[in-house]
Ligand binder design. Structure first.
Ligand code: URA
Length: 260
């Protein structure tokens, strides 16, 4: 093919068309320019830099401060129970069947503080109803005290440091105790007992900041201004019946104080 010849032929044709008045070069078929518009390649999305997505800043929750605010806002015992039940910072709540608040008579002169619900208490939703609780009832009865006593001056009110059962009845850890302490302190302030009895090391840790029940039992101390008697926990007495002798002496001491 003679490409030079084609060029001069094409050019002559074009010049002839220009002479005829052609101003625009068009095709044999019409062009839909709207379709062309939409068919335009879309702009490429801006590529994000490679690497893991940014981690949102961790918000530290001060569980003790939250507990203190919730507890302080409760103006009576039913409101305190509602506030505690709605407190979501303690992981024990997730594994427990029941919320265990208290039993006995809130107006009683004696307020007993135990550790935490066990299996029976978790089932019943009441503190001290298992074997240790039954022993506690017999001990109290021996000095004419009881949670259902008809004489209000001989009634007792019972609660625990924690309202939820720890898994496998393990001892509550210090963080759990510290987190629930504002509720316990408010509980005591609202119940206004004349005397507190602390059953075992956990309530001593919570309210006195120390443990060593073997040395501490039987000697009066104060929580705020309230006379307080640490005693062996009844579960300990079930495992060590020989220690019932000291527990009996402590009960007599409690009774003498109440009658004195
Ligand atoms: N032990 C406790 O300390 N509290 C209970 O309620 C039951 C067992």
């Amino acid at each position: 093919m003679d490409s030079g010849n084609t060029y001069w032929n094409d050019r002559a044709l074009l010049e002839w068309q220009v002479e005829l008045g052609v101003t625009d070069a068009i095709l044999d078929a019409p062009v839909d320019r709207y379709a062309l518009e939409t068919a335009k390649p879309k702009p490429k999305p801006v590529e994000k830099p490679a690497g893991p997505p940014p981690v949102p800043e961790a918000v530290e929750v001060d569980a003790v401060a939250l507990a203190r605010a919730d507890a302080g806002a409760a103006m009576d015992l039913p409101a305190l129970a509602v506030a505690m039940q709605g407190f979501e910072q303690c992981e024990l709540k997730k594994g427990a069947r029941s919320f265990v608040f208290s039993d006995g008579q809130p107006a009683a002169r004696v307020m007993i503080v135990g550790e935490a619900p066990g299996r029976e208490e978790d089932r019943a939703g009441k503190p001290f109803v298992g074997r240790a609780g039954q022993l506690l009832d017999r001990m109290l009865d021996a000095v004419d005290l009881g949670r259902a006593h008809d004489d209000p001056s001989r009634a007792v009110y019972i609660t625990n440091v924690l309202p939820w059962r720890p898994p496998s009845n393990r001892t509550p850890d210090k963080a759990e105790i510290a987190m629930m302490l504002p509720f316990l302190e408010r509980h005591i302030a609202l119940a206004e007992p004349d005397v507190l009895v602390l059953m075992g090391n956990t309530p001593c840790q919570a309210l006195l900041g120390r443990t060593g029940i073997t040395r501490m039992r039987g000697s009066w101390v104060e929580v705020g201004k309230i006379p307080t008697l640490p005693m062996f926990h009844p579960a300990y007495l079930l495992r060590n019946p020989i220690a019932k002798r000291e527990a009996w002496a402590d009960l007599l001491e409690l009774n003498a104080r109440l009658r004195g």
